[in-house]
Design a protein around this ligand. Structure first.
Ligand SMILES: Cc1cc2nc3c(=O)[nH]c(=O)nc-3n(C[C@H](O)[C@H](O)[C@H](O)COP(=O)(O)OP(=O)(O)OC[C@H]3O[C@@H](n4cnc5c(N)ncnc54)[C@H](O)[C@@H]3O)c2cc1C
Length: 433
């Protein structure tokens, strides 16, 4: 029998823009308990990780599953530097546990509270010209299909199911365990600095080519960008002041709220603030420096763009925001990731530059769809699977050469649509109604 069962509880994602009233929420602690649930609990069955997606990818009025109680690290092979872990474990718990074995994720995104499976299932990425999204670091899965079978899949075994599982939005089955490719634990030297946007843009491509991790944020109405660079080092760790990212964002909000339509004063205030900008120059563990906390809630749209078009797209987005949207104060984030060959990875076939726009959680974000998304789409962008976008089956199929293969595997392993909510159907099988 399942270990924890809750009924009558509603579910909300991190930003609060998605809610659901599942008939039942289960938190099993063994594969046998999970099997019972997958076979018999009310459908549709969805697994939720940290609920950090902005789209209804995890929402269901059937059964919501959490895998937090299924363990952490199951086994480590120091020869191959691969580990089998609970796919439902959080990245923030996995990193220190793997560090005890001298191992680390090759790269991480901005935060580390997500579950590994949630991050994999939406192609969560960090930044780095030679560093691919987390899904590309998976080498095998134990996946429970709709009929309760626990399959071990890899490139060598049931390859098509493995490829589909690497980015799947939970539509293939429940990822119970994942085998991940790790690297030797590493230390990073982190530097951050501010500079005028034109100067930053003239150097950005070179920085991606030469730095291990490089990203930047443009602060709307400031004319300034903040760069963050990480390089590997053997030097000893240094002390780090407590992070003040949340305070900085709240400062930008105060500047917006003080005189929402007085752009001239805001520009002046921000220019002044940037002339006093104190960057960081610290050394520490990779996983501790790459990910940080994000406590000011927002909604987000992120598209992954062909590298040669992305910086012009960014300028167009900035022009639009600074012309039409004085309410926007969150920085626009720009990152680059390596290409891969995963069927539903937005980085399939080539490295891409990702541009993300954010709106404070209490503010309107309809302009993402009406004004920002068309700019991204005209340039051939592919949306982040966990962030806001308006695309359905036909538009997505046109963006992914292997989309039909994914849908074919999905139909084969879950013909009755046990994992299919109306939203997931709209992506993969609209004709199923
Ligand atoms: C503050 C914040 C910062 C972020 N930073 C980044 C970033 O730097 N880079 C980036 O790329 N994205 C980022 N994201 C997006 C986030 O990484 C993705 O939305 C990710 O999917 C969230 O992981 P989660 O554990 O919350 O998954 P959820 O949102 O809970 O689920 C995502 C999908 O995975 C499926 N799923 C979860 N567990 C399983 C399982 N065991 N088996 C099968 N399917 C499963 C769910 O059903 C759902 O379809 C950020 C989001 C927020 C809110």
């Amino acid at each position: 029998m399942p270990d924890t069962v809750k009924t009558g509880e509603s579910w909300t994602n991190w930003s609060g823009n998605q809610t659901a009233k599942p008939a039942v929420i289960h938190e099993p602690s063994t594969p046998d308990a999970l099997k019972d649930i997958v076979k018999t609990a009310p459908g549709p069955v969805r697994v939720v990780g940290a609920g950090h997606s902005f789209t209804p990818v995890a929402a269901t009025d059937g059964t919501l599953l959490r895998l937090d109680r299924m363990g952490l690290v199951h086994s480590v092979d120091l020869q191959t530097e691969r580990a089998w872990v609970n796919a439902g474990a959080r990245l923030k718990d996995l990193s220190p546990a793997l560090e005890k074995h001298g191992l680390a994720f090759r790269n991480l995104g901005d935060i580390n509270v997500q579950s590994l499976a949630g991050a994999i299932s939406t192609a969560t990425h960090g930044t780095g010209e030679t560093l691919a999204c987390l899904s590309a670091e998976t080498t095998a899965f134990k996946v429970m299909t709709a009929d309760g079978d626990l399959l071990t899949v890899s490139r060598e075994r049931d390859r098509d199911i493995f490829e589909a599982c690497r980015v799947s939005l939970g539509a293939i089955g429940v990822l119970v365990e994942a085998e991940i490719q790790l690297v030797d634990a590493y230390r990073l030297h982190r530097t951050t600095w501010a500079e005028p946007l034109d100067e930053l843009l003239s150097k950005a491509m070179k920085r991606w080519q030469t730095l291990r991790n490089y990203e930047f944020f443009y602060v709307p109405f400031s004319g300034y960008g903040i760069s963050i660079a990480h390089e590997e080092t053997d030097a000893p760790a240094t002390e780090r002041a407590e992070a003040d990212d949340d305070d900085a964002v709240l400062g930008l909000k105060r500047a917006r709220d003080y005189a929402p339509d007085d752009i001239a004063s805001r520009r002046q205030f921000l220019e002044q603030a940037f002339s006093n900008f104190e960057g960081e120059d610290v050394i520490g563990n990779g996983w501790q420096l790459l990910a940080s906390e994000r406590n000011v809630p927002f909604n987000e749209m992120e598209y992954h763009l062909p590298a040669n078009a992305a910086l012009d797209v960014l300028k167009e987005v900035i022009d639009y925001i600074e012309r039409e949207r004085p309410d926007v104060f969150f920085p626009i984030e720009v990152r680059k990731s390596a290409g891969d060959d995963i069927w539903l990875s937005p980085f399939n076939g080539e490295g891409r530059i990702s541009i993300a726009v954010h709106a404070f959680a209490e503010d309107a974000y309809d302009f993402f769809f009406s004004d920002i998304e068309p700019i991204f789409r005209r340039a051939g962008g592919r949306p982040h699977w966990g962030k806001l976008h308006s695309l359905g089956h036909d538009e997505l199929q046109a963006l992914y050469p292997d989309f039909a293969r994914f849908c074919e595997v999905r139909r084969r392993v879950d013909p009755k649509g046990r994992f299919m909510t109306p939203y997931i159907k709209s992506l993969f099988e609209p004709e199923a109604g």
